[in-house]
Design a protein around this ligand. Structure first.
Ligand SMILES: [Zn+2]
Length: 205
């Protein structure tokens, strides 16, 4: 054991602050970087750590520029159509901002703190990944709206409501960040519908 480093293997753990953690180059072995001033440099001192390696996988290390950020609901039923949409409009890499209801929280009827949170996530995507385009999305039978039942199973009523919400969300975001290319989509069980953005520059991603 080298000075200042306490090694331990899977099954051993530690309740210390995460700031003390480091990763060994050996893959499965973890270690703690203990400050020399640490009062109890001893493995018996309540060492418990709730993380262990499940499998090895090499993720890409390169930073990327996002073609878009997507404000979308986490409803799993629409994962495939999202992939088809992004492929069709040429969005290869994107930052998903997943919240229940998707763009609903930007329309103005939700908690203002939620709207500001999503707005800040968009700004972070722009800062971190150079995002210039945001896709705002709503879908049919969304639990955040109470499902299709909230519209008495009238798909036309639901579509009209979502069309209006989409435009309100779109206008809000475009007003907050005029330089963004904001696009709105409504997804039902038969396809994808795009909202026209009269405020935006109508640039294509
Ligand atoms: Zn939903």
């Amino acid at each position: 054991m080298s000075a200042g480093i306490l090694r331990f293997r899977p099954g051993e753990s530690c309740t210390l602050s995460r700031s003390f953690f480091g990763w060994s180059a050996h893959g499965c072995e973890r270690f703690l970087r203990l400050p020399h001033s640490f009062p109890d440099y001893n493995k018996s001192a309540q060492l418990r750590c709730p993380i262990r390696k499940i499998f090895h996988f090499q993720s890409p290390r390169e930073r990327y520029t996002a073609d878009a950020a997507i404000v979308w609901c986490f409803d799993h039923r629409f994962d495939l159509v999202l992939r088809k949409l992004t492929k069709r409009i040429g969005v290869m890499s994107f930052d998903p901002i997943l919240v229940a209801g998707g763009a609903k929280c930007l329309a103005g009827d939700e908690n203002e703190a939620d709207r500001q949170f999503v707005l800040e996530q968009v700004r972070k995507s722009m800062r971190l990944h150079g995002t210039h385009t945001v896709l705002l999305m709503l879908h049919s039978d969304c639990g955040a709206y109470g499902g299709l039942a909230a519209f008495e199973h009238d798909t036309d009523r639901e579509a009209e409501n979502h069309r209006q919400d989409l435009h309100r969300a779109l206008n809000f975001l475009q007003g907050e960040i005029p330089e963004l290319n904001v696009r709105g989509y409504f997804v039902d069980f038969e396809g994808v519908w795009e909202a026209e953005n009269s405020l935006g520059a109508a640039r294509i991603a």
